[in-house]
Design a protein around this ligand. Structure first.
Ligand SMILES: Cc1cc2nc3c(=O)[nH]c(=O)nc-3n(C[C@H](O)[C@H](O)[C@H](O)COP(=O)(O)OP(=O)(O)OC[C@H]3O[C@@H](n4cnc5c(N)ncnc54)[C@H](O)[C@@H]3O)c2cc1C
Length: 298
């Protein structure tokens, strides 16, 4: 479900502008509402951010085993029930004068806020080994929106971390014959996810990596380090993610009233519960900052 507001109905000047509507931004919005702040949340993807890419979430207290799609649906429902003004748009510029922040969006809006929470998450890490042809998927959501099932189709997932393993299992759930190509001999993931991959007989291809790629969506030709060519319908690169910190970089180092939350500020501990906790903390810090600025009670 997208952030659903129409730009003409949105407040253009608020106490707190929240940028990003993944778990960090959603949690920040919920807590900021509780604190009585006027807010606007802007998200350039459906509400939930990366959450719908998760196959099954085992580490969220109180909701064991919930699917990413279901959790994203509930987050969107909660945002709507609370009537959080949310705008489907991308913030492309951010500046601060002596009192306010001003943000520009892709749709040409100018927004003003007394404080800002950056909850922008991450983007797929750049592939630097060679130039990639167009159409390589970096995210399960791209494939899932085009295919209800992948029966009779093959898929290669490149990557050895938790997200790669999770994505490979999701593709296998959809019916694809999946290979997981890893540089290392074992995946960098343990516990239940790995056990499940063994139980479901996921095809691991250890110490295999891609040195050349031709073709396109539906008909990829991948050359491995031994010069062997492999054909696959679907190809997914899950080789890590890096912070989307371009908005932070537009501001001076010291910026009172600027807060950040979620994967954007985390290292390798990028998890939904941590992102939610960060978002909540950012909202409380913003409320305290505003109380200090204009003497209001929180
Ligand atoms: C395959 C996979 C499986 C996972 N499984 C689990 C799991 O089982 N358990 C777990 O705890 N975690 C899991 N995770 C990690 C979890 O999804 C993230 O830690 C979490 O989503 C981070 O939340 P976030 O709000 O910080 O960022 P995100 O979820 O990335 O959301 C950030 C949002 O901000 C938007 N945005 C960025 N810049 C702008 C801008 N300038 N303007 C407007 N919008 C912007 C982005 O498009 C995005 O929608 C998984 C991740 C992946 C990839």
């Amino acid at each position: 479900m997208k952030a659903s507001g129409k730009s003409k109905d949105m407040p253009k000047k608020v106490d707190l502008l929240i940028i990003g509507l993944g778990p960090a931004g959603v949690s920040c919005a919920i807590e900021a509402k509780r604190c009585g702040l006027s807010i606007l949340a802007v998200g350039d993807e459906p509400i939930g951010g990366l959450v719908p890419a998760a196959r099954r979430i085992d580490n969220l207290p109180g909701l064991p085993g919930i699917s990413g799609a279901e959790l994203a649906r509930r987050l969107a429902e909660q945002i709507q029930a609370l009537e959080v003004p949310s705008l489907p748009d991308r913030v492309t510029s951010l500046a601060k004068n002596s009192t306010n922040y001003s943000a520009g969006t892709s749709d040409g809006l100018e927004l003003t806020a007394k404080s800002v929470c950056l909850a922008c998450g991450t983007r797929p890490a750049e592939w630097t080994n060679f130039a990639l042809p167009a159409g390589v998927h970096r995210d399960l959501r791209n494939i899932a929106k085009n295919h209800q099932n992948l029966r009779g189709r093959s898929a290669v997932v490149v990557g050895g971390g938790e997200a790669a393993l999770d994505t490979a299992l999701s593709l296998q759930d959809l019916g694809a014959a999946v290979q997981l190509w890893m540089r290392n001999s074992v995946p960098r993931s343990g516990g239940r996810l790995l056990n499940e991959a063994y139980e479901l007989e996921l095809c691991f291809c250890p110490e295999r990596h891609m040195v050349a790629l031709t073709g396109g969506p539906g008909a990829w030709k991948i050359t491995d380090q031994n010069g062997e060519m492999h054909q696959t319908h679907e190809l997914m690169l899950c080789i890590g993610r890096e912070p989307r910190d371009e908005l932070r970089a537009m501001l001076p180092a010291e910026c009172p009233g600027l807060f950040a939350a979620g994967d954007l500020i985390r290292g390798h501990d990028r998890y939904i519960a941590s992102a939610m906790g960060d978002g909540q903390r950012a909202a409380i810090a913003a409320a305290a900052y505003l109380a200090n600025q204009d003497g209001r009670k929180i």
